[in-house]
Design a protein around this ligand. Structure first.
Ligand code: ADP
Ligand code: ASP
Ligand code: MG
Length: 440
């Protein structure tokens, strides 16, 4: 069985839902994971934030605006009177839930429950639409099987047991529809897999059912060799290895949630990235194969904080790095890049929630400098550390201030840390000289 995931734009209008229907209706049994309609999760984030700030009138007017959009979609999508009435009743139920949240005290669980409404709505509507079109589909509640553990990792054993139970109880369906993104936490409360998490749902489901393939359908024809939001003329990449895709996703290629490939890498389940708006385009195949050497793609990750830890006695003082790492471990903050010299260690983090505590503990053992608003630019490809293009990097970027470089940590990745204000120019220059063959 295949798992197909469709993102926000793919289910973002009646017209696009019709494209999705044509793609999935090919007679083969499959699990379809859906995101919320585009714009909905952002709207829900804003509603939750207004509730947190106690701006109840503002939250109410945003709920009202979103409700009107859904009434409109349901009316256009469901021409069958009976299904239309049933879906409208469900939509009313979800929006009444949101209105009731206005009277509750804010909490993280409340926020997660608010965020969950987008996927609940899109899947219910889409499942009814498939029934209207005579397709034998079955809605599966993700909260019946998707669960994360106390360290917020998927609880694969639980998911496998519960998903199999749910699938076995409805063996007759051709197409199973379920919500991406949402899950239960270890305490059984509503939670999620972080923004963009529907991709991750798809590969988790793919891993537990040992799917033949996972397909991620979005609004672009696969992984491009650079960020199309900032660089013109980017090109789709036909093949990526799991390692290459994992690096790109982790270091900012928004097309994939950072953890997407991890669940399927071990079993070698291929992941295909496809364009809902252009199904014949080949897209990108992510698999165990390493197809070619050289720099294949560039991605960038913002909101990075660089921390320089200076200690005159670092080399003599063995155990110094252990002390440094322990501080980050205690504050549950992971380190992305690290470079060392005789007198200093520089490292980066992307989660600065505990930065003040980390800095104050580091100050007990060293002198600390913190730089915010940094970006990691990551170059990815098989064996790029030995590739001739890699040696051009300093020349291409001679006018860009590079704050740190990570080379050799893996054969597939070189990362540069730069000021975020230089990011777009850096991505564009790299594109021109590495991919568009502009000569230096
Ligand atoms: P979905 O809602 O389908 O999950 P996303 O918006 O999360 O879609 O991801 C698709 C978007 O990712 C594209 O429209 C594109 O702007 C952006 N993107 C960023 N980097 C890349 C890249 N390297 N290749 C392709 N798309 C990228
Ligand atoms: N709807 C969620 C989000 O916007 C999950 C997803 O789209 O993948 O982040
Ligand atoms: Mg996405």
């Amino acid at each position: 069985m295949k798992v197909l995931k469709f993102g926000g734009t793919s289910v973002g209008s009646v017209e696009n839902m019709n494209h999705v229907k044509s793609i999935i209706n090919d007679g083969s049994k499959k699990i379809v994971v859906l995101s919320a309609m585009s714009g909905t999760t952002n709207a829900l984030v804003s509603i939750a934030s207004e509730i947190e700030k106690n701006n109840i009138n503002q939250a109410e007017s945003e709920i009202d605006k979103l409700y009107k959009k859904y009434v409109d979609v349901v009316d256009n999508l469901l021409t069958d009177k009976y299904l239309n009435v049933g879906v409208m009743a469900y939509v009313n139920e979800r929006f009444n839930f949101l209105l009731r949240c206005l009277e509750k005290p804010f909490s993280l669980t409340l926020e997660n429950e608010v965020l969950a409404q987008g996927e609940l709505l899109s899947t219910y509507m889409f499942n009814a639409y498939l029934q209207q079109e005579g397709i034998n589909s079955q809605l599966l509640a993700a909260l019946d099987f998707m669960k994360i553990n106390e360290v917020k990792e998927p609880d694969f054993k639980y998911i496998q047991e519960h998903l199999n139970e749910v699938l076995n109880s409805t063996p007759g369906a051709d197409i199973y529809i379920t919500q991406g993104f949402i899950c239960l936490d270890d305490a059984g409360k509503v939670s999620n897999l972080q923004r963009g998490g529907s991709d991750y749902t798809a590969t988790i489901v793919g891993a537990v059912i040992k799917a033949e393939e996972v397909q991620i359908w979005t609004d672009i024809d696969g992984m491009h060799n650079n960020d199309p939001r900032f660089v013109e003329g980017t090109q789709p990449i036909s093949d990526l290895s799991f390692d290459e895709a994992a690096e790109l996703a982790y270091f900012g290629a928004k097309i994939l949630h950072p953890q997407t490939v991890l669940p399927v890498r071990e079993d070698g389940i291929p992941v295909r990235l496809k364009n809902t708006m252009n199904p014949p385009a080949p897209g990108t195949l992510i698999s165990s194969n390493h197809v070619e050497n050289g720099i294949k793609a560039i991605a960038a990750k913002d909101n990075i904080t660089a921390i320089k830890i200076k200690s005159g006695r670092m080399l003599q003082a063995h155990g110094f790095l252990r002390k440094v790492f322990e501080i980050f471990e205690v504050h549950e903050t992971s380190i992305d890049m690290i470079t060392t010299s005789e007198v200093a260690v520089s490292l980066t983090i992307d989660d600065d929630k505990n930065l003040d505590k980390i800095v104050s503990e580091l100050e007990a053992i060293a002198t600390i400098e913190v730089d915010k608003n940094q970006s990691i630019v990551c170059l990815v490809g098989h064996s790029i550390v030995n590739h001739e293009d890699t040696f051009k990097l300093f020349q291409i970027l001679k006018d860009v201030k590079i704050r740190m470089i990570s080379y050799g940590g893996s054969r597939n990745n070189i990362s540069l840390l730069i000021d975020t204000k230089d990011k777009v120019e850096t991505l564009q220059k790299l594109n021109a000289y590495l991919f568009e063959l502009v000569t230096l």
